[in-house]
Design a protein around this ligand. Structure first.
Ligand code: UD1
Ligand code: UDP
Length: 359
């Protein structure tokens, strides 16, 4: 069966890595990179680190406003679908590349498989929420990572084609953690002691696009009682500079500000951090898989199971809440097994596709 995987942004390469390996055992997979992320450290490094085959197509769409970026992708993806005539298009997560891939395919009557279906923040102001909801409603296969995501779809009357398969990001982590621990030199390079530093990532529009919120992020880092490793997303860097906050961030004495790191370095940083503070979806989950306490710098999360098990806590940008959670001794309520019950998501997806899609 000829399948096109549409990807474009950092977390999608990580999701693709695990599934692509399985898909290629039985199918012909074409990788279509939209070019939404284009910096070497946000794109190319993942293809080499995770041994993902080079994309068959790179649309080089780059950055732009939402409509412009999504529209350009839609037009370019449609052209490729018309010439390649795939039996299935797979899209991942909730970025503009996800929506463009799903919409282009659905309009050509090509079935869409959505990996990481059913996630909801119930916050329509989030661009990712719009992308997920629309993608789910035009998908034929909805591959859900968590029990909550299945329930969310049911609330929207989506029950056909829904499969609880587990998390492909766990597959990637499981496949790479050992090599990461053997190969990565990041702990030594940054002169860190294990469990004696915090790891921070920030890139959500709600945190980066409002000056006061970026000021709060700086204040939070300044108040942390250990070194803080901050691999900074280009969006956040640009916004800090635009709000004239860059020098203030640089002046923090406990800060280790670095460029975005490779996946292998990131896994090692996550595993050895005392605590992770993040607004990333993927990083919240990896913290849970690696049993590192996590504080989510948002007002809600789609990864409800990480909260109910006690491994993650929603603090938003509230300094006092963050300080309280950091100072109390960390006791998870339950093991991190809940989300791992369905380990082997990539294989499960391939089994379902083989059974259901006619070649
Ligand atoms: C996108 C996704 C978000 C995902 C994140 C993963 C959407 C709407 N957002 O957010 O869901 O969590 O990727 O990291 O799809 N830039 C660069 N170099 C790059 C890419 C971007 O400098 O290689 C800068 C540009 O100034 C750009 C900005 O980052 O305008 C934002 O990039 P964009 O892809 O629009 O959104 P992200 O914030 O990366
Ligand atoms: N990641 C990485 N290097 C970094 C920051 C993140 O490899 O410097 C990885 C991280 O381990 C996770 C994914 O990128 O697998 C999360 O992507 P991101 O936070 O950009 O997006 P989100 O998951 O929020 O959509």
């Amino acid at each position: 069966m000829k399948i096109i995987s549409v990807v474009g942004a950092r977390p999608q390469f990580i999701k693709l890595a695990a599934l692509s390996k399985e898909l290629r055992k039985k199918h012909r997979e074409i990788i279509l990179h939209t070019g939404q992320h284009y910096d070497k450290e946000l794109s190319e490094v993942f293809f080499s680190d995770l041994s993902i085959p080079r994309p068959d197509y790179n649309l080089d769409i780059g950055s732009a406003e939402h409509g412009k970026q999504t529209g350009r992708m839609l037009e370019a993806i449609e052209k490729i679908l018309l010439s390649e005539k795939p039996k299935l298009v797979i899209v991942y997560g909730d970025t503009n590349s996800t929506l463009a891939g799903a919409l282009a395919a659905a309009k050509q009557n090509v079935p869409v498989a959505h990996v990481e279906a059913g996630l909801r923040s119930y916050k329509k102001s989030m661009p990712e929420e719009i992308n997920r909801v629309l993608t789910d409603h035009i998908s034929s296969f909805l591959f859900c990572p968590t029990p909550t995501s299945v329930k969310n779809l049911k609330k929207e009357r989506i029950t056909k084609g829904v499969h609880l398969v587990g998390d492909v990001m766990y597959d990637s982590l499981r496949d790479h953690i050992e090599v990461a621990e053997n190969k990565s030199k990041i702990i030594k390079k940054l002169s860190l002691q294990k469990k004696d530093y915090y790891l921070v990532t920030i890139h959500r529009a709600e945190n980066t696009d409002i000056k006061e919120n970026l000021q709060k992020v700086i204040q939070i880092i300044a108040n942390l009682d250990k070194k803080v490793v901050f691999p900074i997303h280009p969006r956040t860097r640009k916004k800090l500079a635009g709000f004239s906050l860059w020098n203030r961030l640089l002046s923090l004495s406990n800060l280790i500000l670095i460029d975005p790191v490779s996946y292998l370095d990131m896994l090692v940083l996550e595993k050895n951090a005392r605590c992770i503070l993040t607004d990333s979806g993927g990083v919240q989950k990896e913290a849970y898989f690696l049993e590192t306490p996590c504080l989510t710098l948002r007002e809600e999360t789609e990864w409800v199971e990480t909260i109910t098990s006690g491994w993650n806590c929603i603090t938003g940008l509230k300094l006092e809440k963050i300080k309280q959670n950091i100072s109390k001794n960390f006791h998870p309520l339950r093991s991190n097994r809940e989300l791992l019950r369905n380990a082997g998501a990539s294989q499960a997806i391939c089994r379902i596709l083989i059974k259901t899609v006619k070649a």
